[in-house]
Design a protein. Sequence first.
Length: 322
Amino acid sequence: MDARTLSKTIEPDGVHANRDAFARDLLEGLRTTPKRIPCKYFYDAEGSRLFDGICDLPEYYQTRTEIALLETKAAEIAAMMGENAELIELGAGSLRKVRVLLDALVAPRAYVPIDISGDYLHGVVEELAADYPGLYLYPVVADFTKPLILPRLGAGRRAGFFSGSTIGNFEPGEATPLLASIAKLLRGGGLLIGVDLVKDPATLHAAYNDSAGITAAFNKNLLVRANRELGADFDLDAFAHYACYNPVRARIEMYLVSQSRQSVRVADKIFSFAPGEPIHTENSYKYTIESFSGLATASGFRVKAVWTDPLQWFGLFWLEEF
């Protein structure tokens, strides 16, 4: 199969299964106290587009810092990954990032992006197919936090890529088994993972409360998605974006806060909101080099290399199994 044929080969998780999971998780989350919506549902096509906009914001340092690190350290990273690598990306992110790796790798065999947004994956592989005609492109529409079986594309070493500090969205008690499951998926390969580091709270606050309001729109898109896909009747103007840094737990917490007493219908269920009542939509944990190294070790990895920017705002870790 050539790259364009493979680009149309999508695992059958599918749109309907994703919508059913969204409905189930949303209803369950709205029954809890505090109410919550899992952050993995940010990334429908519109959410992915908005997040691409966030990555270009002056306040949002993460993406440009990670890309600069990738570009500066590409040769060292490629040496760690080795020749004929099968590059497996957990949560398809910026094409600029993966292009840096693909251009630096020696004869990469395949690129396997895994994401729950099928539309976004289609766009990713169609764009890459034209520029990497000899590369196997095998998009997998799936939730990478669930058990996965990937195709056997050859004897190449699997190199995982988990960028954007997505690991920060998981509670530490969730992150450890997730990393352990990724280690099994990689079959003795290695993992390049981006980690946002602890820094001045003012810098963190600005990154999640941008002056252009794109992060607020990204947050509210969860409600837009619920209205469109599940027939909910959320009033977007009745909820406000709120994000704050919790220094005790070293994490950003993001919410949608009800601005009045109101009721919302979701899938024929009615949910009441008090004035000021929040829906929790995301945590984003920040780590020190030492604390993340400890988490990686507890997951069955050893830290083989760490690269940071001059300000030590962001880290790239290369992990291998013990």
